[in-house]
Design a protein around this ligand. Structure first.
Ligand SMILES: [Zn+2]
Length: 243
């Protein structure tokens, strides 16, 4: 039933993905969205997977591979980490990624990036990493990162495809379109390093306050909506000249 629905949806909303080649002579920044224990490590909290999940483990391994590539090339990397004050709930979700807990820290496979000089870590207390980069004085850590590093393209990966990843991509594209993010041109989502969580309908119906959230379907919709805003959706990413 669920797989039939997904097939139907993919027929109605076909998502064309592309091989994206990142030119060596242009600065591309890597944006890692919430690849943290609270969303990715089995049993780590209210919003963590209950059991191993292929989409999430694929996101971790592809993100680690890309982070290594970007660090080897000394290209800028920004990591958003969902981190909430215990008194500020984020409805409709239960408490998660409370600041100071291990839930709000990078997954073990990515913790090494904290020691890299090309990596900027930004803790945020909202879905959207762009808005979560705003400081009290009106400056924006993400916008400054783009400007100071002369970033012309960003490659975005992480969780959740249809929530924090999508919100960040939407805001960034709107701000870019308004002309405030120069020299940023391209926002690329790498689908194989994006994931979302799985709450099938039958589980949601029996869980108080839960919204149904079938993983495969919502992942597809998240990518589709990002494309609707003008993001490129990549199913493969390479560095160098296209042959
Ligand atoms: Zn959150």
């Amino acid at each position: 039933m669920v797989s039939q629905t997904i097939d139907l949806l993919k027929n109605e909303l076909p998502l064309e993905q592309e091989l994206v080649v990142l030119p060596e002579d242009v600065v591309t920044g890597l944006v890692l969205v919430d690849i943290i224990n609270g969303f990715c490590t089995v049993g780590a909290g209210n919003l963590a997977p209950r059991e191993p999940n292929r989409q999430i483990s694929g996101t971790i391994s592809e993100s680690v591979r890309l982070a290594r590539l970007f660090c080897d090339k000394k290209l800028p990397v920004m990591a958003f980490l969902d981190s909430h004050h215990p008194d500020k709930p984020e409805d409709p979700y239960p408490p998660h990624c409370i600041q100071g807990t291990d839930e709000s820290n990078l997954v073990p496979a990515l913790q090494w990036i904290q020691n890299e000089t090309n990596v900027t870590i930004r803790r945020k207390d909202c879905y959207d990493g762009y808005l979560g980069s705003m400081e009290a004085d009106g400056s924006n850590v993400f916008a400054d990162w783009v400007k100071n590093n002369h970033i012309e393209a960003i490659l975005v990966v992480g969780v959740c495809t249809d929530i924090c990843v999508l919100d960040f991509v939407c805001s960034t594209l709107s701000v870019r379109n308004r002309g405030f993010l120069a020299p940023l041109k391209d926002v690329i989502l790498y689908s194989r390093a994006c994931a979302t969580f799985d709450v099938p309908l039958h589980i949601a119906t029996n869980t108080k306050g839960a919204l149904p959230h079938p993983q495969e379907l919502m992942h597809h919709i998240g990518l589709y909506m990002a494309k609707e805003r003008g993001a490129k959706i990549a199913n493969e990413v390479l560095f160098g000249a296209l042959k």
